[in-house]
Design a protein around this ligand. Structure first.
Ligand SMILES: Nc1nc2c(ncn2[C@@H]2O[C@H](COP(=O)(O)OP(=O)(O)OP(=O)(O)O)[C@@H](O)[C@H]2O)c(=O)[nH]1
Ligand SMILES: [Mg+2]
Length: 408
């Protein structure tokens, strides 16, 4: 199969506007299978209304495209449907943006039924956002990058059909999710704490998961190797068993459609009792990656969950500091210390919390007892009920309005 020849256009806007750095942009584009022929760096102060980039560079771009015989140009930023339409007319090549690149990588990686449905939903949401302004160029790409895999069969659909397909896919996802919710409820009832390995993509989460569980999760030097959360029960030191979960990697530029479609996968993180935030300490951009991860944690309401920062790849990292927990899944450096820190956290994980609920808010009791263990002593009157639930620290804030002094 002949590879698509691509020109990459890296737009350098004042810092806060750059979703990816240039190295990451190239890696992501390469991951889709594009053959990168040229990288053009374009500095601009603000986004230009017609084409996102300055109109003055268009003749340059046309010359480069002709010289390298490119059939695709990729933008490092998310661009609007009308920008895409204008650029496509002027440059006469397929125009892609960073969101379409990331969507394509997710489509390549999706393995499970749920993963495939989530990617299809993200593609359809993206497609409908591009159809809003009457621009249907994606239909003419015949399932090329940006719409590979599960979304291909949707290319001929119009907005109305896309909408009904979105409803259909959402329903299917909901039924797959149900099983996961039941499992989560069971885990809570069985009082097994949940530890989630989280972090930027390609930092070594799955490698650490394998070290801790003696498992064989897929590890690979590529972005988004893991899409489906993988869960195992393990025993840490002298404690009762815990569940540990490997999760999808984060990235600065995670498209909003993917966040929406992968909501249930991301929700697993927000239900965890402890997060192990894995960092690739050998990556010069690791500080920005930490910020990007924390930003997404805030968006999914997981920023209150206790975190252990594990600076991985210390075997190759030039940035070692004494204050950090430096680990290496290759040499096992720091793994016993990490287990010790998890063990300390487990000491005080489920907190007995007494709550008073008025009978008009009985659903709060139902919600709590579905998710968390409740101690047998319950005081019930016609107007209210008082009971003690074992709540993880992360959920206490949510129910703070109902908290009462302890039942004697
Ligand atoms: N040098 C070194 N490489 C490591 C270490 N841990 C993981 N790697 C490598 O880093 C790459 C990514 O590892 P993964 O475990 O797949 O990373 P991940 O965070 O799960 O990645 P995604 O699932 O794609 O988000 C692989 O090539 C691993 O072999 C380490 O301690 N040292
Ligand atoms: Mg992984």
């Amino acid at each position: 199969m002949t590879q698509t020849r691509a020109l990459l256009l890296y737009c350098k806007l004042p810092k806060r506007f750059n979703p990816v750095d240039i190295r990451e942009f190239c890696q992501l584009s390469e991951s889709t299978g594009l053959s990168i022929q040229y990288i053009y760096i374009h500095k601009l102060k603000t986004i230009q209304p017609k084409c996102f980039c300055h109109l003055s560079i268009i003749p340059w771009l046309i010359t480069i495209i002709q010289n390298i015989r490119a059939d695709t140009i990729v933008f490092s930023h998310a661009i609007s449907a009308s920008n895409q339409k204008n650029l496509s007319r002027l440059l006469k090549v397929n125009v892609l943006d960073i969101n379409e690149i990331i969507l394509d990588i997710f489509a390549q990686r999706a393995q499970s039924k749920e993963g495939k449905l989530q990617v299809e939903l993200a593609q359809l949401l993206h497609l409908s956002s591009k159809l809003v302004k009457g621009w249907t160029h994606l239909e003419r790409q015949k399932g090329g990058i940006g719409l590979r895999g599960p979304g291909e069969k949707q290319l001929e659909t119009d907005r109305r059909l896309i909408k009904s397909r979105i409803i259909h896919i959402k329903n299917q996802i909901r039924s797959v999710e149900k099983t996961r919710l039941q499992q989560a409820a069971y885990r809570k009832k069985s009082m097994t704490p949940l530890i989630a390995l989280i972090g930027y993509t390609n930092v070594g989460k799955s490698s650490l998961f394998n070290s801790l569980t003696k498992g064989n999760a897929l590890c690979a030097d590529k972005p988004f190797a893991t899409l489906d959360p993988l869960i195992r029960k393990i025993k840490i030191n002298k404690h009762a068993p815990v569940h540990i979960i490997d999760t999808v990697g984060f990235i600065h530029a995670l498209p909003k459609e993917l966040k929406q479609a992968f909501k249930s996968t991301l929700d697993v993180i927000s239900r965890a009792d402890l997060l192990i935030h894995v960092i690739d300490n050998s990556n010069p951009c690791h500080l920005q990656h930490i910020q990007a991860v924390n930003q997404i944690l805030t968006e999914i309401n997981a920023d209150n969950i206790p975190q252990i920062l594990a600076y991985n790849k210390s075997d190759i990292s030039p940035y070692i500091s004494n204050r950090q927990l430096n680990i290496s899944t290759y040499t096992h450096q720091g793994i016993p210390e990490l287990l010790g820190m998890i063990s300390d956290q487990l000491q005080h994980m489920l907190i007995p919390t007494t709550l008073e609920i008025s009978m008009t808010e009985y659903y709060i009791y139902e919600e709590i007892q579905y998710m968390y263990p409740i101690l047998p002593k319950i005081i019930e009157t016609t107007h209210k009920m008082i009971f003690t639930a074992l709540l993880p620290a992360s959920s206490i804030k949510q129910y703070s309005a109902y908290i009462k002094p302890k039942l004697s």
